[in-house]
Design a protein around this ligand. Sequence first.
Ligand code: MN
Ligand code: MN
Length: 442
Amino acid sequence: MKTIPLKSINETDRQLNEESAPNSLPFVSRRLFVGAAALAGAGFIGGDASAQTRAEQVAGRRGNNPSDPGPENKTLLEANPSANTPPFTDHGNPGPIWYSFDLAPKRMQGGGWTHQVTQRELPPSKDLAGVNMRLTAGSFRELHWHTANEWAIMLTGKARVSVMQPDGKMFIDDVEAGDLWYFPSGYPHSIQGLKGEGPTGDPASDGCEFLLVFDEGSFSEDDTFLLSEFLAHTPPEILQKNTGWSRQVFDQLPPTELYIFEAPLPGRLEDDKRFLGPNLETKIKYTFKMASMPPTGKSAGGETRVVDSTNFPVALNIAAAVVTIKPGGLREMHWHPNVSEWQYWMKGKGRMTVVTAEAKARTMDFNPNDVGFVPSMAGHSIENTGTEDLVFLEMFRTSRYQDISLNQWIARMPDKMAEAHLKLAARTIRSAPQDKHDLLPA
Ligand code: MN
Ligand code: MN
C-alpha cells in the first residue's frame, strides 16, 4: 500500500486548517473554488502549473488528491518530503534549486577520490561550481593551475597546501577542519593529505576531505593545467634546452597525468618553510583560520561568519558565509542584491523556499552533502527542520558579501506606505522584528 509520508500529511493539514480559519482570505470560498474547477475542466486552465490559482493549489492537497498509489522512490521522498507534497504556496517552476554530491559521478584513484557539482549538474548555476575531494595521508592532488579562482574549506582531517605568486614568492601552510584557502586563477598550487593524531587505519585521521568552490559555473576538475602534461607534451629537445636535463630524463617523466596519487608523507612544515627562507616566502596569507574568527552575527537563532575580501584580502572574487541555525530557527527572508547564491550543506537538516519573479516558488529539503542554488536576487529563507544544529555555506561570486532583510525593509517603510501594500494595520506590521537579524529563533 502506498502512503505519503506522515509529516507531509500533517504539514498539509496544518496549512489547510490555517487556510480555512475564520480570518482567512476569501479565495477559498466554495463559489470561487467551484468556478476555478469548472474553468480547468473546460480547458481554460491547462497543465501549466504557473496558471494554477490559489484555490486549485489548496484543492490539490485535500482528501485523497495528493495520494500517490503508483511506484515511488521512498528513500528520495523521505529525504525530501517538500518535493513530494510541496506547501500550497509553491507555484510554477523556478528551475532546480537542489542537487547532491551523492548523485555526482565519482572519480576514484589510489590516493583518494573526487566528484563535482557544476553547471552540468545544476544548469542555472552559472557563477560557481563545487568539487568535493578526498586525499589519504601523503596523497597529492597533482601540482596544477586553472582558469578559475579557487576557494576551499577543509571539512575533516589535515592537509598541506602551497601556492606560488607570479613574483616567485611561495606560500606554504597546514590546514585543518574549518580552515579556508583561496588560490587566484593561474597561480600554481598543491594539496597533500596529512596524517591526523588518530590510530592508524582510522579514516578520519588518514588524510582529509575538503570542498573547493570555483568562480566559473562550467568549471571542470578534469580540465586543469597539470605539471605532468606540460612536461610530457613539450618536445624532448625543448625540455632539454629549457632545463638542462639529459634527453633520457624525458622518458622517465610521467607520460600521462598523475591527478590524484599516493606519495610519502612530507616532513615538518617548519622544515619546508626553512627551505624557502625569508626571501622566498610571501607575506600574503592564502589561508584563513575560521575557527579562531568571532561570529559576524550571533543570536538565539544561531550564528553567522562572513568571510570576504574585507577580512580575507586575497579572496577577491569569492565570498562566503558559514551559517549555523539552531533547531527550529530561521535564516530570515532575504535576498542578495549583487549575485546568485551557491550553497553547500554540511550538517543537520533544513528546508529552503525560493521565490523568484513571476510568482515562481519552490520548497526543497536539504541534507548533508547537498548543494542548494538561489537565482540572483530571488527571495529565500531557510528553516532548521532537524533536531541538531544546521550548518551550511552560502557562497557568492563577489568580493563583498551583501544581503537585504525583508523585515528591515518593512520596518523602514512609513506607516501609510506599509499599510497600503500589506493591507494590515500599522500596529500589526510593527509587531515584526524592526531590524535585520539574519537568524530568528524557533
Ligand atoms: Mn586547484
Ligand atoms: Mn542567502
